[in-house]
Design a protein around this ligand. Structure first.
Ligand code: SF4
Length: 398
């Protein structure tokens, strides 16, 4: 069975990175009818360019149209779906039955039932099968045992979350963000209010306990149970995170691509620590196997925000490599200096690089890259490619 690795993309650059680092498909949000309305959503022109790029690399593009539809949202949806079809989109992910019905009746795109529908049983799968839906994205709350039972009873394509953020509530069925910020989580505006710090006080305003209340969920990472998932009839393995950075997407896609390929080749994963190290470079939020573990408790699911600091190891992205002059054009993404140990992270692998001299656009030699998105130049005998990533080599920390 061919397993699809499905990656998130918040913009065109991330779409290209996801495809180049090993995704078989990407999911993106258009400007309308999508959750993650703040995740730099794609215009129709971007979608067309993204589809051309993805198809050239034998990858597919799924577009989310998964807001909770109100009557006013129906206006224009059919025209929008047809425009997406003309742009080359392969599938629509929707939670509204109205949208799923339109996709099937008015277009040739695949209709995927969104995780917002919280499908967690084979009865619901039967319903979607009778409705000729092409794929169901299961709720993140499914256990491994339930997954086994559902996958053995259905002929429908199943899509399962394998990595990324979790919701403290059933995915998106939450009003916390609406109450705290007037931003509607079900209409693309979640402010992640569950991840804020809350302190408890009694009626006299005395603090209750010395620590804050955490409702922040650990991220999902199925790495330790991936071989078990790969034995099931699952069509697509989904990484969450359209709001995540380009480096995060590259790391997570690359690690899971390698793991899946190793399993397909050898029917086992020899050394999980190799992939743990790859994923650790993406982000340092705590992870767990989430609800896949039978009977997981809420406290096992929550995490302490104080232990998490953003990583700054992604220091630049290669824009261009001139093979004649061996000159590399780099865009700065985080501070680095020439004294630091650096490495190239690319779709071809990870290898150390020594930069002996670095120049700005005026040709002045610089010792430190201090300015966000500044264009810088250096020479490399090792050929590099656009979208290769320059990052700090912190391997000594592992
Ligand atoms: S606030 Fe938290 S629990 Fe609520 S929808 Fe957003 S991520 Fe989920």
């Amino acid at each position: 069975m061919k397993f699809e690795l499905l990656a998130p993309a918040g913009d065109l650059e991330k779409l290209k990175v996801a495809v180049l680092y090993g995704a078989d498909a990407v999911f993106i949000g258009g400007e309308r009818f999508s959750l993650r309305s703040r995740a730099s959503n794609f215009t129709l022109k971007d979608i067309e360019e993204g589809c051309l790029f993805a198809h050239r690399h034998h990858a597919k593009v799924h577009v989310t149209c998964n807001i909770v539809m109100h009557e006013v949202d129906i206006e224009g949806i059919e025209d929008y779906l047809k425009a997406l079809e003309r742009a080359g989109v392969d599938a629509i992910i929707a939670s509204s039955l109205a949208i799923l019905k339109l996709v099937k009746e008015k277009t040739k795109m695949e209709a995927h039932a969104s995780t917002q529908l919280s499908v967690l049983n084979s009865g619901a799968m039967e319903f979607f099968e009778s409705f000729h839906i092409d794929r169901v994205v299961l709720g993140r709350e499914v256990s491994l045992e339930e997954l086994r039972m559902i996958s053995s009873k259905t002929s429908l394509d199943l899509e399962v979350f394998i990595h990324g953020g979790m919701c403290t509530s059933y995915s998106g069925r939450c009003m916390m963000s609406n109450y705290m910020t007037y931003r509607d989580a079900n209409r693309g505006g979640c402010a992640h209010s569950c991840r804020w710090k809350y302190f408890l006080f009694d009626e006299e305003k005395h603090p209750l306990g010395s620590t804050y209340l955490s409702m922040s969920s650990k991220d999902l990472s199925v790495m330790s149970v991936l071989p078990q998932l790969l034995k099931l009839k699952i069509a697509s393995f989904k990484i969450e995170g359209r709001m995540k950075s380009l480096h995060y997407i590259a790391c997570v896609v690359f690690a899971y691509r390698k793991m899946i390929d190793e399993y397909v080749r050898t029917k086992k994963i020899e050394d999980f620590s190799v992939y743990e190290k790859m994923l650790a470079k993406a982000e340092n939020r705590e992870t767990s196997t989430g609800f896949l573990k039978e009977g997981v408790t809420l406290s096992e699911q929550l995490t302490n925000l104080d232990e998490q600091t953003p990583l700054k190891n992604f220091v630049g992205i290669i824009l261009d490599y001139d093979t004649a002059t061996q000159r590399v054009t780099l865009e700065q993404r985080n501070y680095f200096s020439l004294g630091q140990k650096l490495e190239i992270f690319s779709p071809r692998g990870i290898f150390p690089i020594k930069i002996t001299a670095l120049f700005d656009e005026e040709g002045n030699e610089v010792k430190e890259a201090r300015h966000a998105q500044q264009k810088l130049y250096f020479d490399s005998e090792i050929p590099l490619c656009a979208y290769d990533i320059l990052r700090l080599d912190d391997s000594a920390n592992f």
